[in-house]
Ligand binder design. Structure first.
Ligand SMILES: [Zn+2]
Length: 439
């Protein structure tokens, strides 16, 4: 007697992204109640289950949804506002003044636009840091995307919550509000070492301990940060955090571009996770994170796009391509960052980096059904000798066909099902026209 399931994806090239790199061709995936119930060769899966709904994936790759480990989703509102400027001028003269104008409604609408872009690009999970994080959660939930959200906390008053102490309270309330939610998880998110006092950072760590949630911080992004932190504390940002007792397996260090040998040892010893954002680091001329070295040490590194003002998109396919090539040219070594490793960074390693590997990141029985289908029947994807090569070097967001999050189809044949794309775009155009526009 076959088991009745809600959905069967059949006949595709199933790239599981498990530890052994298992691929089934033709393979099938069965989904029920938001979870993967069976993955394997098509014949075998079909002998066990009977799907109420079937999706044919002939000529397509079926893989886990992409995990974007670092975004400021609502910064879609600032896309293309100011480019090609030195970091400090870009920040102080353009981004900060624009951010002063934002409110909860703008963050909500900007995040909806980000979700529309991400789902159409087959990202199924994003880890966000921004103001008005309650609105980020609301938008992600409406788009039916999986998200790790967190309110950015720093020493100065925030337009959302006011004083830093209130930021801590706001974070606690968010953790409480979203506890046990299927899609939304909450992290504690101090902005950076140079914008948060040691006391504030320690307070953040206390909440992490109390609630066992991830801790996310921008870390060692560029030389300027190293200089500032060294002047203030006589240490590198990583060693400053070590001294405060903040390095641990729950910590996600975003960027980690400028690292000393000792910094890398500290990250390794404490099982700190790293979010790598190659395009943002390139655009802001921050430098090149020593990712091949970090990976050699066994450090978990996930891939992210960073915010739209410094990238300027949320496209994980472009990010994978850039990641693979940047390290090759930087080290003058074409063997570093092979394609399969990069796809891992965008899926299972990303899931590990944000503490979700038990739920997502690979196609495995019992995990949540976050699954994407990539159409390989395209001139630029023909012929195919090796699927990882195509995923990194040839495919783009436009090749993605269907996206499933938590067992629910959120995009089908490139049609976004959870949001009204036109309406979402119109609302952000209006914000750009009436609120953000330079004086
Ligand atoms: Zn960032």
């Amino acid at each position: 007697m076959k088991k009745k399931v809600e959905l069967v994806i059949r006949g595709g090239l199933v790239v599981t992204m498990d530890e052994q790199g298992t691929v089934f061709n033709p393979g099938s995936v069965a989904v029920s109640r938001g979870k993967i119930v069976c993955v394997g060769d098509e014949d075998e899966v079909l002998s066990q289950v009977d799907g109420t709904r079937e999706i044919s994936a002939r000529g397509c790759a079926v893989m886990p949804g992409l995990v974007n480990v670092h975004t400021h989703a609502a910064m879609t509102c600032f896309r293309g506002l100011a480019d090609d400027l030195p970091l400090m001028m870009w920040l102080t003269e353009h981004i900060f003044p624009a951010e002063k104008k934002i409110n909860g409604d703008i963050v909500y609408k900007g995040t909806l636009l980000a979700c529309a872009e991400m789902i159409l690009g087959e990202t199924t999970t994003f880890a966000d840091m921004y103001l008005f994080a309650d609105q980020v959660a609301k938008a992600a939930k409406e788009a039916k995307m999986r998200a790790l959200i967190g309110e950015v906390i720093y020493d100065f008053p925030s337009p959302n919550y006011g004083s830093p102490e209130k930021g801590i309270q706001f974070t606690k309330a968010l953790i409480d509000e979203w506890k046990g939610d299927d899609l939304i998880s909450v992290a504690v998110e101090p902005h950076a070492v140079y914008t948060c006092s040691p006391q504030l950072l320690k307070e953040c760590e206390r909440i992490v301990e109390q609630f066992q949630v991830p801790l996310v911080i921008h870390l060692s992004e560029n030389e300027e940060e190293i200089k500032q932190v060294n002047k203030k504390y006589g240490k590198t940002p990583v060693q400053h955090l070590d001294g405060l007792g903040l390095l641990g397996s729950k910590l996600l260090g975003v960027h980690c571009v400028v690292l000393t040998e000792k910094d890398m040892e500290c990250l390794e010893k404490n099982d700190v996770k790293v979010a790598h954002n190659p395009e943002s680091n390139m655009k802001l001329a921050s430098g090149v994170s020593p990712v091949p070295d970090l990976l050699k040490r066994g450090i978990t590194v996930g891939l992210g796009t960073d915010g739209c003002a410094s990238n300027n998109d949320l496209d994980m396919w472009g990010e994978m391509d850039t990641c693979a090539k940047l390290h090759k040219v930087f080290l003058l070594d074409p063997t570093v960052m092979p394609a399969q490793k990069v796809v891992r960074m965008a899926t299972i390693e990303g899931a590990k980096a944000i503490g979700m590997a038990d739920r997502i990141g690979s196609l495995h029985e019992g995990k949540r059904a976050d699954i994407i289908i990539v159409d390989l029947k395209k001139p630029h994807l023909t012929p195919m000798y090796q699927v990882y090569s195509h995923l990194v070097y040839s495919a783009s967001a436009h090749d993605v066909k269907t996206s499933i999050i938590n067992g629910e189809v959120v995009m089908s044949d490139r049609k976004l099902l959870t949001l009204d794309k036109e309406k979402v775009m119109e609302s952000v155009k209006e914000i750009a026209r009436n609120v953000i526009r330079p004086e």
